[in-house]
Design a protein around this ligand. Structure first.
Ligand code: PGA
Length: 256
């Protein structure tokens, strides 16, 4: 399938960084650097949830979308401190990251909770970006493909082929996140291609070919072109390099 038929997504993950007072300067610097970016990609920034309303205001009419970094697996109810996907949709979030490795590592998220969150997200207008990826130990032990296949299969348990159309998958090798160590384009492509094969096995080749699969892990202004040129890499989930307008803009333009 022609890669161009899939949605290309360049998503920033700001993690627990930035303040509302930083938004205007960021926007003023970024937007002139990415004219007409809508012609080739969706650019989105996933901010801490409290920054979503001011970020939406700052990026109004710029074509840059705003997303969240986490959501509750529950629809609503007595879950102090949590945020529901309906609340995210209500304030205008377009995307939500689910199962980022930092959530899995520091907040006890599991493949099962990722699956619960995904099922809940798919009952809302918010587009889920589901993160999978192996640790260094797992890569060195040679279980990357089995591990990632397992993460994908459990995440998608109970998801229909029709709902799969709304799912975005991000392959993020844990050893590459925030470390400056990027997977080579070939290594990243190999796993993204394997993920697509898993989807084809679970659903159909046609359904698998329509899913956007992103790479994340130290993607930056230097390596983005080669990573994004791979046939099964449909965009990026970018942490550190999305905090600087110039480097984020280079990555957005590299997706062309
Ligand atoms: P990084 O983070 O680009 O800083 O490695 C990526 C991510 O955690 O999504």
């Amino acid at each position: 399938m022609n890669k161009k038929l899939r949605k290309t997504i360049i998503a920033g993950n700001w993690k627990m960084n930035m303040l509302a007072s930083d938004l205007k300067a960021f926007k003023d610097e970024l937007i002139p650097l990415i004219p007409n970016h809508k012609d080739w990609c969706e650019a989105v920034i996933c901010t801490p949830s409290v920054l979503i309303p001011p970020a939406l205001k700052a990026f109004n009419e710029t074509g840059v979308g705003v997303g969240a970094q986490n959501m509750s697996q529950h629809k609503s109810g007595a879950y102090t401190g949590e945020i529901s996907v309906d609340q995210l949709a209500d304030i205008g979030a377009e995307y939500v990251i689910i199962g980022h490795s930092e959530r899995r590592e520091y907040y006890g998220e599991t493949d099962i909770s990722v699956n619960e969150k995904l099922l809940t997200a798919l009952d809302s207008p918010v587009i889920p970006i589901v993160c999978v990826g192996e640790t260094l130990y797992q890569r060195e032990t040679g279980v990357t493909f089995e591990l990632v296949a397992l993460q994908v299969k459990i995440a998608l348990d109970g998801v229909s082929e029709e709902k799969l159309r709304k799912v975005v998958i991000a392959y993020e090798p844990v050893w590459a996140i925030g470390t400056g160590k990027t997977a080579t384009p070939e290594d990243a492509e190999e796993v993204c291609c394997a993920i697509r094969d898993v989807l084809a096995g679970l659903y159909s080749r046609e359904a698998a070919d329509a899913v956007s699969i992103l790479y994340g892990g130290s993607m930056n202004d230097k390596n983005a072109v080669d990573l994004l040129a791979q046939p099964d890499i449909d965009g990026g989930l970018i942490g550190g390099a999305s905090l600087k307008p110039e480097s984020f803009a280079v990555i957005i333009n590299a997706a062309r």
